[in-house]
Design a protein around this ligand. Structure first.
Ligand code: MG
Length: 218
């Protein structure tokens, strides 16, 4: 795809690192995307955990081709500032955690919609660095964190992203957090040893416990 990954704007301090997905972890995606679809005469019928094949014309019930699904997702990202809202307590929790850790958003979104997402996050007071890339998340996290002897946490709703980070940064705590959307109910399940954060206060609890247990001796 020739996407060049630029991480030069991410400056990490000598503190633990929290890398956090955005869609369906920080900002609602599944719910507002379905509203967006209905506005255009389409609907999502959650028959399996994928968009292609499950987005149909309301009028004909015919499923859209992959290309058209892709176009709708991109139109949604383009207009995200008028549709996406934060999850409960995410803003307070991340701002509080930023007192003890560096926070980086890692979003699997075409990089050309980065500015829209940046403005939206800034408007909410979430002014943490943002990396938008469709490359696998594990190698990106490895590049960001390097081999620093500091605690590291990764949060995502998608099991394949958690797996990618587990494969490339095995010392990182991975947290699975997802909305209880009908679509997510059909998603592949995380392994039994993967911690599930039920909401943001619970995530903060798990993160702080990990920091305490992995703190370097003073
Ligand atoms: Mg996500």
């Amino acid at each position: 795809m020739g996407e060049i990954l630029d991480l030069s704007h991410v400056r990490l301090s000598d503190r633990p690192l929290i890398v956090c997905d955005v869609d369906d972890v920080v900002l609602h995606f599944a719910a507002p995307f379905q509203d967006f679809l209905r506005g255009g005469g389409h609907e999502l019928i959650p028959r399996s955990f994928r968009l292609t094949g499950n987005i149909v014309s309301i009028e004909t019930q015919v499923a859209l081709e992959h290309q058209d699904v892709r176009q709708l997702i991109e139109a949604f990202f383009e207009a995200q500032e008028s549709h996406q809202v934060p999850f409960e307590q995410v803003v307070d929790t991340l701002c509080s955690l930023s007192g003890e850790a560096d926070i980086v958003f890692l979003t699997a979104m075409p990089p050309r919609f980065r500015e829209q997402r940046r403005r939206l996050l800034d408007r909410l007071g979430l002014e943490f660095p943002l990396v938008a890339s469709e490359e696998a998340k594990g190698p990106i996290l490895r590049k960001l964190h390097g081999t620093r002897p500091l605690p590291c946490v990764f949060i995502d709703d998608m099991v394949h992203n958690l797996q990618s980070v587990q494969d490339h940064v095995p010392e990182c705590l991975i947290l699975h957090m997802m909305p209880d959307s009908a679509l997510h109910m059909l998603a592949p399940k995380a392994a039994d040893d993967v911690a599930r954060a039920l909401d943001w206060p619970h995530a903060a609890e798990l993160i702080r416990t990990h920091f305490r247990q992995n703190a370097r001796p003073a």
